[in-house]
Design a protein around this ligand. Structure first.
Ligand code: MF3
Ligand code: CO
Length: 263
């Protein structure tokens, strides 16, 4: 993988600020999780997020976010149901028993962004879909284990890919994780696939949003008419878990860890 710009490294103070923004992001995600049940619409979940972000003194990282050739992102969260991979736009659609919903939320607080995502089951889901959720979350931790000083970025990417594929699912190729800090998207791009020993060396002070997006079926995806929402090409269900992680001299620190949600 070719890195065009250097990977920002945060000072001790920068890491401390990242701890604050990421802690806040984890609180917002946890508050949203309390509202998730059959009958609730995704716009109601967005309202919970906006309120929580404001209470914490931050602003939503995603609201108004611009990608080339896209209209500005219109909400505080991404709420992606079933075959939707990421960037589901909140609307009046109500959750029903058997759905899964990936919630992704970012907060900008005191100059730094925190970013995290979790896929939740609604009521009773099939064993196959439960397997998808379990292995996607486990793949995130496989990646994080490799996110240590001295390793190469490709070690992280490869750990995610090999775990997912050996468990019968596939990683989305068209979307990546990312460095994060003063900007939501910094160098490096973090694909969920790659060769061990490839890419830039990881160093203390780097802060990374690692986010496997995993499909039960094939890895290919397509874009909906709204130009944001990514769905699986074969309509198979898809899961997404994301942590923001700091590379420290003594190993990775999961900045968005929240015992109530992830424990
Ligand atoms: N966690 C996603 C990302 O890191 C969410 C971005 S949504 C957007 O890319 F609207 F802000 F683009
Ligand atoms: Co992200």
């Amino acid at each position: 993988m070719i890195q065009s710009r250097p990977i920002p490294r945060k000072s001790k103070q920068g890491i401390e600020k990242m701890r604050q923004s990421c802690k806040a992001a984890s609180i917002v995600l946890q508050k949203i999780s309390e509202g998730i049940k059959a009958g609730v619409s995704t716009i109601e979940l967005d309202k919970i997020a906006r309120r929580a972000i404001e209470e914490l003194g931050g602003t939503p990282s995603f609201l108004g976010y611009k990608l080339p050739r896209h209209p500005p992102y219109p909400a505080a969260i991404c709420a992606s149901i079933n075959e939707q991979v990421v960037h589901g736009i909140p609307d009046g659609r109500k959750l029903v028993d058997g759905d899964i919903i990936s919630i992704d939320v970012g907060i900008f607080l005191d100059g730094y962004h925190g970013d995290n995502a979790f896929t939740f089951p609604i009521g009773q889901i099939s064993d196959e879909v439960q397997h998808l959720l379990d292995i996607t979350q486990a793949a995130l931790y496989k990646g994080i284990e490799e996110a240590k000083s001295g390793n190469k970025l490709g070690d992280v990417c490869h750990a995610i890919q090999s775990y997912v594929e050996s468990n019968g699912c596939s990683v989305v190729r068209d979307l990546v994780g990312h460095g994060i800090g003063r900007s939501m998207h910094e160098e490096p791009q973090i694909p969920n696939y790659g060769r061990p020993g490839s890419g830039p060396r990881l160093k203390p002070g780097m802060t990374l949003a690692i986010e496997p997006m995993v499909n039960a079926g094939t890895w290919d995806v397509k874009l909906l008419e709204n130009s944001w929402t990514v769905v699986t090409a074969d309509n198979s269900p898809s899961a997404h878990f994301e942590h923001t992680v700091a590379i420290l001299s003594d190993g990775p620190e999961i900045l968005t860890w929240n015992e109530e949600l992830w424990g």
